[in-house]
Design a protein around this ligand. Structure first.
Ligand code: TMP
Length: 204
């Protein structure tokens, strides 16, 4: 039986997800485990084109949700499922939980609308493990302001980021079997220890 896993990484913008992706990659490489790293929105040629539009163009929340799931549909059919079938672990920098958090919690699209899109696009596919990089909103906004040019999502206000964090924490509470919350206020080495312990269990 294939031991390939579907692992997703989530969190508010600025919670340090990108910092820990290199570490996660080196974990899989050092154990000689086959994996690919991908991202949402994006991950395929068409998905990356949709990402450009999503991150730069103004649009209504429902259009935004539909485009997220259009990119996700391509991603699942052309990249995620084929790799899992070939025994390759797929690590995705964001997945459907981000739609519940951002378009749901952040922009007010109902959970039932997102669930309908999820059923249509995702069918029986669920992550085996989701790492939620969690950080108080004050800290994430400060980190964002200090680091880079902000995209359309990152430029939103405090209340928006607060709703996203709360939505993520609610989803994590409702799905304790697959979620691990990573406290991003900890030091990088403590976080790496936490990640190692979790990955040791899932790859056993
Ligand atoms: P990234 O900066 O982590 O690559 O993600 C790009 C942005 O897209 C980020 O601000 C979160 C947002 N996003 C959603 O709003 N809904 C989604 O379903 C996904 C996957 C991402």
């Amino acid at each position: 039986m294939s031991n390939a896993k579907f692992i997703t990484l989530e969190g508010v913008d600025g919670a340090g997800k990108s910092t820990h992706i290199d570490f996660i990659k080196s974990y899989f490489t050092s154990k000689s485990l086959d994996y690919i790293l991908t991202r949402e929105p994006g991950g395929t040629n068409l998905g990356e084109k949709i990402r450009e539009i999503l991150l730069n163009d103004e649009m209504s929340p429902i259009t935004e949700s539909l485009l997220m799931f259009a990119a996700r549909s391509e991603h699942i059919s052309n990249l995620i499922r084929p790799n899992l079938s070939n025994g390759v672990t797929v690590i995705s920098d964001r997945f459907t939980d981000a739609s519940y958090a951002y378009q749901g919690g952040g922009k007010g699209i109902s959970s039932s609308t997102i669930s309908q899109l999820k059923i249509l696009v995702q069918k029986d596919l669920e992550p085996d493990l989701t790492l939620l990089f969690d950080l108080p909103v004050e800290v994430s906004i400060e980190r964002l302001n200090n680091t880079r040019v902000l995209d359309r999502f990152e430029k939103q206000d405090y209340e928006f980021h607060k709703r996203i964090r709360e939505a993520y924490l609610n989803i994590a509470n409702e799905n304790k079997d697959r979620f691990h919350i990573i406290d991003s206020t900890k030091s990088i080495s403590d976080i790496q220890n936490d990640i190692t312990k979790i990955l040791d269990i899932i790859t056993k």
